[in-house]
Design a protein around this ligand. Structure first.
Ligand code: ACO
Length: 433
């Protein structure tokens, strides 16, 4: 990560504020789309630093499993799933090459492309995931390598479905502290790999996919203005993958008893979720100095439409048109659900500069999290040209080649005996230390 303890606000461009600096130091989005940000707040050079979402993208696997398909697998009915959850279909990672990291890389590339920022500019990658590639290394490190984000630190964040909003809060903290200019927050899941396809109580709920946002330092007021993070570990057993960690290492017994699959007390999680979604929304609005009436759009975690109805709609009395729902198409994609929903809300023209947004989620842990966002950037993507696309593909290929080269060098290097590598000095060092 870059060290910028005395980071000054970004410069202003053409007399108007630069919301963020892109990969070549210019401000192409704002220069090319000046008419599209009439309500974006104007900053002066004394504005405090803010953390703005400037890029967004998502990727879902091709394979779709409908409720009718599930009727062939478990004792369930399309009608039950639709009326109890709102879900109609979900995307599932059918190909072995589709993993949390590969989906995350596709989403992260889309986010960088929409912001027109090069991977080398990213200071930190946070991957929130409930279905990481491995216990370690982190999925974030694999994403970092796949992007060729050679100047970025990377770590995974485990807060289950609340993880993406936790990640946004971390990104904001790093940016406001002056430790980073660009932070990629990725939510990436292949939950289908840890779902018990014989358990109708869980397998109908989840889907696979990834979403990502690029958070950038800016001198324009707004962006991510407040966050609320919560946890109640006394409910840890209500939603868990019991085996495979250090408490219950993988063994023949844990595999044969299905201990490596998601176990859930759905009714208890439902009760918890409806309470905390409303509370966290109220709290984050209070922190941001806003009232419920000020909210333009809530993007809640897409788990169950009844949870959304019983929390933000009924308890907070936020009208339906101000709450974004797309879970009918994707099911519960855990950490990916909010960024995927954000991308679709933008595509559908539901977000405009100047809007007050709330992201709110809950999940295993138990955890919950909410962010208040004053959306301050244009929602258009930079114009796609043949040349820009070719440059990008070359960057991705160069990143892949660099990664392969490093692996090859390590392999060759490991063939030499220890003495010839270190001239014997290392041996002494090892013995001494
Ligand atoms: N198809 C048909 N019938 C079913 C199914 C199914 N897929 N699943 C359960 N049933 C049956 C039950 O067996 C039960 O039958 P019974 O009355 O004969 O015993 C009946 O339907 C009612 O079951 P409930 O569990 O009471 O149903 P409920 O209305 O609570 O809905 C659900 C269950 C959808 C799981 C709900 O409780 C829920 O959404 N909970 C929250 C889950 C959640 O969001 N988890 C993700 C958290 S995020 C994360 O961190 C991963």
């Amino acid at each position: 990560m870059s060290e910028q303890p005395d980071q000054q606000p970004t410069s202003t461009v053409n007399g108007t504020s630069g919301v963020y600096r892109n990969g070549n130091g210019s401000n192409s989005r704002h220069q090319s789309q000046p008419e599209q940000q009439p309500s974006a707040p104007q900053a002066n050079k004394f504005s405090p630093r803010s953390a703005q979402i400037v890029g967004w993208g998502y990727h879902v696997p091709e394979k779709v499993i409908t409720n009718f398909d599930l009727e062939q697998i478990v004792d369930t009915q399309d009608e039950w799933i639709r009326t109890r959850t709102g879900i109609e279909e979900r995307h599932v990672a059918a190909a072995p090459s589709e993993t949390s990291a590969s989906l995350g890389i596709r989403a992260a590339r889309a986010a960088l492309e929409s912001a027109d920022v090069a991977p080398s500019k990213v200071d930190l990658i946070i991957c929130a995931t409930s279905s990481p590639e491995h216990i370690f290394p982190s999925t974030a490190s694999i994403i970092q390598d796949g992007l060729g984000a050679s100047n970025a630190g990377a770590f995974d964040l485990s807060a289950a479905c609340s993880g993406f909003v936790y990640g946004l809060s971390m990104a904001r903290g790093h940016i406001l502290a002056g430790d980073a200019e660009y932070v990629l927050v990725v939510g990436a899941e292949t939950l289908s790999r840890i779902v018990d396809w014989t358990d109708r109580g869980t397998c109908v709920l989840f889907g696979d996919g990834a979403g990502a946002v690029l958070v950038a330092a800016s001198d324009v007021p707004g962006g991510i203005t407040a966050s609320v993070l919560g946890s109640d570990g006394s409910g840890a057993d209500l939603l868990t993958v019991p085996a495979g960690g250090s408490a219950m290492p993988a063994s023949l017994e844990t595999v044969s008893s299905g201990g490596h699959y998601i176990k859930m007390d759905g009714t208890a999680v439902f009760r918890f979720a409806t309470r905390v979604m409303a509370e966290a929304t109220r709290q984050v609005l209070g922190k941001a100095g806003l009232s419920v009436d000020d909210v333009d759009l809530v993007i809640p975690h897409q788990a169950n439409v009844r949870i959304i109805q019983n929390s933000v709609l009924k308890q907070l009395k936020i009208p339906e048109e101000k709450v974004f729902v797309n879970l009918q198409k994707y099911g519960n994609t855990s950490t990916a659900s909010i960024p995927i929903a954000l991308c679709e809300a933008i595509e559908e023209g539901r977000i405009h500069p100047g809007d007050n947004l709330v992201f709110v989620g809950f999940g295993a842990g138990l955890t919950w999290a909410a962010c208040a966002i004053k959306w301050s950037v244009p929602v258009s993507k930079p114009e796609e040209t043949w040349w820009r696309n070719t440059q990008r593909q070359a960057t991705y290929q160069a990143a892949a080649a660099r990664s392969m080269w490093k692996r090859a060098i390590r392999r060759v290097y490991s063939q030499f005996p220890e003495e010839s590598r270190w001239g014997g000095g290392r041996k002494e060092g090892n013995e001494a230390g």
